[in-house]
Design a protein around this ligand. Structure first.
Ligand code: AHG
Ligand code: MN
Ligand code: MN
Length: 334
């Protein structure tokens, strides 16, 4: 097999589509390198003393794991000095992180969920990192939180890494979705899947069913119909999977289809959902759409939502197009 590295791929995509200027290429390579470092720490587990709680809380009121904090630091440090960014924002930090004055500034904004699937860290189940890249509207001026509040359709790149049996990196720059596998001996990312496509139809769904009693009627209706199987209105049997790491659930869906749901529910009616628009929903929606799938909040395309707050939450329905359209229709009818 002829091996194509991440760098070669980015250079060739720039030649083809003129969409990855050198600064953006550096940004993506630096993020990929940081993911390699995180993957290494994850792989050490107990031996690296990276498991367990950090005994601190993030802005969402969630107790941070050591790896949440460590991964956040790795991404911040890796991306500060390159001159490609104006600022960063993270699920784990209340405020944006402008590039320190001792470094040159660039025109991109980087957002990340440094460690997705925190509840799986200590039990050796796949976890990951999600990132999203925007352009600073103000060019090189002093960045503010307001600069980050751009609809997901304005992302110039998005990706995620999964630290699982293999470490992989899935990336889009708006011309399809490609997957790279980390060659652990060589330390390099190798292109292993080109032009990933989500099947339009599926017989698999992903939802945390322990919340059934809190769901709103459109979600109950849809899940009931799927569970009714071949004799129900959808006329087929469905299977269910829930990993509790969005990266791993989305990666399965990217490979063999499925519909992933994290709806708003009556547990905390004031919240629009659990997942975060800027760090989770937007980058995943960009990737899923680029792979021929769909992503909505039940009412509208996620990528069309105008964000109002950095840490805003959102309901998420994404994956195989025909099923996402069905559950969105049920919401609109309700
Ligand atoms: P994070 O670890 O970054 O806080 O994200 C966890 C998210 C997502 O990855 C997953 O799909 C979902 O939360 C799991 O939620 P439940 O605990 O309700 O299963
Ligand atoms: Mn997450
Ligand atoms: Mn996280």
């Amino acid at each position: 097999m002829k091996r194509i590295s991440l760098t070669q791929h980015l250079v060739e995509e720039q030649r083809l589509n003129n969409n990855i200027p050198a600064e953006l290429r550096l940004l993506i390579e630096v993020v990929a390198r940081a993911c390699k470092t995180i993957s290494h720490a994850v792989g050490k587990g107990a031996l690296g003393e990276v498991l367990g709680s950090a005994d601190t809380e993030n802005i969402q009121g969630e107790v941070q794991k050591k790896l949440d904090v460590l991964s956040n630091e790795i991404l911040l440090e890796a991306n500060e000095w390159g001159g490609h960014l104006a600022a960063m924002a993270s699920e784990e930090m209340e405020h944006i992180h402008p590039i320190p004055n001792r470094y040159p500034k660039g025109e991109y904004l980087l957002l990340f969920d440094p460690l997705d699937g925190s509840s799986n860290i200590d039990v050796n189940v796949s976890i990951g990192t999600i990132f999203s890249v925007l352009k600073a509207p103000d060019g090189l001026g002093a960045p503010t939180e307001q600069d980050f509040l751009q609809a997901g359709s304005r992302q110039v790149a998005a990706g995620y890494a999964v630290y699982g049996p293999q470490t992989i990196l899935v990336l889009t720059t708006g011309h399809g979705v490609n997957c790279f596998t980390l060659d652990r001996e060589m330390g390099s990312w190798v292109l292993t899947q080109r032009g990933m496509q989500i099947p339009e139809d599926t017989k698999e769904f992903a939802i945390n069913a322990s919340n059934t009693r809190h769901w709103y009627p459109p979600v109950t209706r849809y899940v009931d119909e799927m569970q009714a199987g071949v004799t129900g209105p959808l006329k087929k049997d469905f299977n269910m999977r829930w990993i509790a790491s969005m990266v791993a659930d989305v990666h399965r869906i990217l490979n063999r289809g499925g519909v992933f749901m994290y709806p708003a529910d009556a547990r905390e009616p004031e919240k629009a959902g659990k997942l975060r628009l800027m760090y989770e929903a937007n980058p995943m929606a960009f990737i899923v759409e680029q792979a021929g799938g769909a992503a909505t909040n039940g009412q509208q395309r996620i990528l069309d939502i105008q964000p109002e707050k950095l840490h805003q939450r959102v309901a998420v329905f994404l994956g195989s197009k025909n099923e996402v359209e069905r559950v969105t229709k049920y919401h609109q009818e309700a």
